[in-house]
Design a protein around this ligand. Structure first.
Ligand code: CA
Length: 247
């Protein structure tokens, strides 16, 4: 398997419950790696239920549907279906447990094969690609502030400290249908895919993240990202998953 992977998560310095869920696994039938990160929301422990259900449902679906020789168009369709399956799983749980009404979660999936990656995104967790010092965010945040940045109404700097920076505009679990953004990119040898919740990309800016992605040991890189988020105040749960295409 030429794609290696690692993950790390932490409740953070400032929070006392964990609502992020991170999953990394190989899909041997497809010779692929699946990274999944979700950031749950909803009071009374519901956020952790939402993120866990969404991740488990999506990953189980993709594991079952993985097969040899799927091109990225086929994978794009599968990822969109996986997001729908995750949404249905959270909705079904709310029906059984009305006290959890309103719970939801972000969800970002990355299907990584040698040479390419396809990403599905709902919410404001992020997918980045890193190669030779350069970090690029490839997902688009579904958030109030990001929509205003794109419309030219806020600068990136203003968005980072805006009081509504946590308001997300697309989410898994709060309505019957949900559509993910699907993005496919080529992945160079030595290139990294990073998925992260806002517990990382809130307190740690992209330039700092880029410098933390040097090094051979992926486990150490993942732990280093979590440590940096905590050193920057650790305001929120931190979840990261990384994969690297290796020679
Ligand atoms: Ca969060």
């Amino acid at each position: 398997m030429p794609v290696h992977f690692a993950s790390a998560s932490d409740v953070s310095r400032r929070r006392d419950s964990m609502q992020d869920t991170v999953d990394v696994r190989s899909l041997p039938k497809a010779d692929a790696v699946l990274l999944t990160v979700a950031d749950g929301m909803g009071g009374a422990a519901a956020g952790d239920v939402a993120s866990r259900l969404a991740v488990e449902a999506a990953a189980a679906f993709l594991e079952e549907r993985a097969a040899p020789e799927q091109d990225h168009d086929a994978v794009a369709v599968l990822l969109q279906e996986a997001v729908s399956v995750a949404n249905a799983a959270v909705r079904a749980d709310v029906e059984q447990n009305p006290s959890r009404a309103g719970m939801g979660t972000t969800l970002v999936l990355a299907w990584v094969e040698e040479g390419w990656v396809t990403i599905a995104n709902v919410g404001d967790s992020r997918a980045y690609l890193w190669h030779e010092d350069e970090l690029r965010q490839v997902s688009e945040d579904h958030s109030y502030v990001e929509e205003r940045v794109r419309a030219g109404r806020l600068t990136r700097e203003e968005a980072r400290i805006h009081p509504y920076r946590n308001v997300i505009t697309r989410v898994i679990g709060t309505q019957d249908g949900v559509e993910a953004d699907i993005i496919t990119r080529s992945l160079a040898v030595g290139g990294l895919v990073l998925l992260a919740t806002d517990g990382l990309h809130g307190p740690v800016d992209d330039a700092a993240i880029a410098t933390l992605l040097h090094g051979a040991d992926l486990e150490a890189l993942a732990q280093g990202l979590v440590a940096a988020a905590n050193q920057a105040g650790g305001p929120d749960n931190i979840g990261v998953a990384i994969a690297r295409s290796e020679a």
